[in-house]
Every structure is written in C-alpha cells, then in structure tokens.
Design a protein around this ligand. Structure first.
Ligand SMILES: Cc1ncc(COP(=O)(O)O)c(C=O)c1O
Length: 428
C-alpha cells in the first residue's frame, strides 16, 4: 500500500492553511472545500421547497432526498438509502429512535447501556423510565494493572448481563474519551448467540459510531446492527447527523414520528419529523467524495481510503502514547484514561489525567496551551459524564480529563509540538 499522502489530504481543508494545530477533532473536525462549495451551491442555486414539479425543486429534491442518502449509505454500507435518515444531531436521531420504539417496549424489558457519551445512553434511560424497563450497565474495565484508568469495554463483562428479558443493547463503536475501538462485529455476534441460547425473543442493537466514523469504515451489514449513527461534523462535513435503521427493524418495531397523513411506513423517513437542513444534507456528499479521493483511482474504494487513514493515524498515536506512558511520566502521576497500548484498535483520541501528590488539574494543563495559542485541545467530561464521574474520587467531574484528539490530516510534527509543551507542563 502506498504511504498516506498527508499533504494531499491537507490541501482539501482551507482552515489548515493557517497553521493552527487542530487537536480537538473528536469535538468537531475541519471541513473540506468540497463541502463548503456544495453548501453554497445548494443555497445559491436550488434553495426551494422540495417535492414540487418545477425544475429547480426537482433538482433540490434529487440532491437532498436521493443523492445525500445514497452517498451516506456508502459510509454505513447500508443495503438501501431508504435505511438512512438525517437529523441535526446524533443525539436527536437516537432520541427519535427511542421515541419511535416506545410502543414496542414493555415493563420488565431489559436495556444494556454503557457509561459512554450520553447520546446513546440517555434516550434509553428515559425510554426505560417511561415504559418500566430495567437499565443495566456494561462497564469498561482496566486493561493494565499499573493504571486503573486504562479502561476498555470487553465482551466478558457484557455477556453476564444478558438474560431472556434483554431487549436493547446500546454501546459505542469507539469511545470519544478512551479512544479504543470496540470489536463491534464480535460483540454483536457473541451477544446474539448468548441471547438466543438464553431465550431472549427480540434483541435490537444500537451502536454510536460518532467517534468511530472519522477513523474507520462502518459496516452495518457485516456487524448485524439495527441502529447506527454518526455526525458529519466530525467526519469532515457540516453539522448534520446520519442514522442507519435496518429495514426489517424499521417495519417491525418502529412507529412513525411523522404526520399521520405522510405515507413513510417503509423508509427511515418515518423517523424524521420535519425537514433537516437540506443544504447540509447535500453537502455531506462532499465529505464522502473527499474520503473516496484518498483511495487510488479508478476504484476510489472507501475501504482502501480508511486503511490509509488508519495507517497514518498510527504514526500519530504511537509517539503520543509512548510519551504519556513513559516511566518518567508515570512517576510524575500522568495516567492515560483508556487503553495505553497503540495498535489497530487505538485511534488518536488520547485522554489523560495527572494524579498524585503533584496533581495538575486538567484545566491547568489545557490553560498552558491556550495561553500559548496556536493549538486547540480541551478538558472536561465531553458528555461521557458517567464514565468520567466514576473514574476516581480524585477527579472532579467538571475538571475531567485532558483530551488530545487528532485525525488523519494531523502531522507527526504537530504531535511533537504538543509533546514539547506537555514536557514543560509536567516539568513545572
Ligand atoms: C461518541 C459520541 N457520541 C455522540 C455524540 C453526540 O453527537 P451530536 O453532537 O451530533 O449529538 C458525540 C459528540 O461529541 C460523541 O463524541
């Protein structure tokens, strides 16, 4: 495989020309010129109400209702664009799924959730409260004896939670704090086999792919998942979210959220009350075209594009984790929050805390970067509230963790600059 051409990738992002080091990409990525062009093209040339028969409306409908879901289906490997729905955020999309499922949930049903970003936790907790269902939590456990914060989700902790009453299982494909990839296919296969053996009649699985989609290619068919969601503003596109709903689940379990006279029983559109931002929906096609451009012509295969992304991202995560887990840093009290070892299951979203007698608050670490300027990193709980709250009594929830999150357009030089500043912070 040819080496990943980071300069070629960066040339698509006008904002990177400023030289600012974007290290908060798990919060939101930069957008390509192609995305910006499509937003203005839509607004300047086809900004009319969809569904009419005049030529401009025909084109706006094609862009927003055909081209956008057809292209997004590629990023999910969905069988049909009818399984894709857009909403302004992944939080809203998952809340909509939970509301549409309400009629198919009964008292005593069990939901298994994780302590991850609240978007794929809160809607299930609220649904459980409305219907008298029971919540169980699949907990991340430390992978290193030396570091109680080296948390990772393992199948071994999930299966004992499965019973004949298990109805919903909701987890993240990649944590926005821990930065490690959950083996989604293996988890779902083990879960479904176990649920079947225990006699659970109907289990539906919801996977939050928001922190996964910038780094790896989703495959809903291979994963055998019912609901999957990600936000394009983290995948080099505009502020809009795409949700996948398996066609059979759509028909069997979900009640439409749209007006009673709209006949959308068999498409994911039944989960879309009101229209999303059509210019954004159309502009997502620019993000996908960009990702395809990273793979060699003529196939422009997304699998190859993401293989290149993953390979380059390893060159970013290796030095950063290597520095943070060096014995000198460990002695200083630095603790990575998440899996410590780089590898194919680790993306360059790296969180840490500084504990011990010479504790440094996360706020103060980030403050040094902010005062210097030119680099954007962040501290906090990043809406993975329960995960951070339960880390340790020593960690205050509002102070949380320091998170440095790179993507494929970041360079090794940028990572080294961040490491140089961290060295000074830890030496002080
Ligand atoms: C893992 C994860 N899930 C869900 C979300 C929520 O996405 P949205 O802002 O589109 O609701 C985020 C946002 O940070 C996230 O990181």
């Amino acid at each position: 495989m040819a080496a990943f051409d980071v300069a070629k990738a960066r040339a698509h992002f006008p904002s990177l020309k400023s030289g600012f080091i974007f290290g908060d990409n798990a919060g939101g990525s930069q957008v390509t010129q192609g995305v910006v062009d499509r937003i203005s093209d839509y607004l300047l040339n086809t900004n009319v109400q969809l569904g009419a028969d005049y030529s401009v409306s025909v084109e706006s409908t094609r862009r927003a209702m055909t081209e956008a879901p057809t292209e997004a289906a590629k990023l999910f490997n969905a069988a049909s664009p009818d399984e894709i729905v857009f909403s302004h955020s992944s939080t809203m999309n998952l809340e909509n799924v939970a509301r549409a499922l309400e009629g198919d949930i009964k008292a005593g049903d069990e939901f298994i959730v994780t302590s991850e970003h609240e978007a794929n936790v809160g809607p299930w907790k609220k649904l459980a409260a409305r219907r008298g269902a029971v919540i169980k939590t699949w907990k991340a456990m430390p992978t290193s004896e030396e570091n109680p914060y080296s948390l990772s989700l393992k199948i071994a902790e999930l299966l004992p939670l499965v019973t004949p009453k298990t109805r919903i299982v909701a987890f993240t494909a990649c944590s926005n704090i821990l930065g490690s990839i959950v083996p989604v296919k293996a988890v779902i296969a083990a879960l479904r086999a176990d649920a079947k053996a225990k006699g659970a009649p109907k289990v539906e699985v919801s996977v939050d792919c928001v922190a996964y989609a910038p780094h790896r290619l989703i495959d809903v068919q291979d994963w055998d998942v019912d609901f999957a969601v990600f936000s394009f503003y983290k995948v080099y596109g505009p502020h809009i979210s795409a949700l996948y709903v398996r066609a059979a689940t759509l028909r069997a379990s979900l009640t439409p959220l749209v007006h009673h006279f709209l006949n959308y029983e068999h498409t994911a559109y039944k989960l879309q009350p009101g229209g999303p931002s059509y210019e954004s929906a159309y502009a997502t096609t620019g993000a996908i075209a960009y990702l395809e451009s990273l793979a060699p012509a003529p196939a422009h295969d997304l699998k190859q594009a993401f293989a290149g992304i993953a390979a380059h991202e390893q060159t970013l995560v290796v030095p950063l984790l290597g520095f943070l887990t060096h014995p000198a840093q460990r002695a200083r009290g630095v603790r990575v929050v998440g899996e410590e070892q780089p590898g194919p299951e680790r993306v360059p979203t790296v969180s840490f805390v500084v504990v011990g007698p010479k504790r440094i608050r996360s706020r103060d670490v980030v403050g040094v970067f902010d005062r210097r300027g030119g680099i954007g990193i962040r501290f906090g709980h990043f809406y993975a509230y329960t995960l951070v709250r339960d880390l340790s009594p020593e960690i205050d929830i509002e102070d949380g963790v320091v998170r440095i999150s790179f993507v494929h357009y970041n360079t090794v030089e940028e990572v080294n600059k961040v490491i140089e500043i961290l060295k000074e912070v830890f030496a002080a």
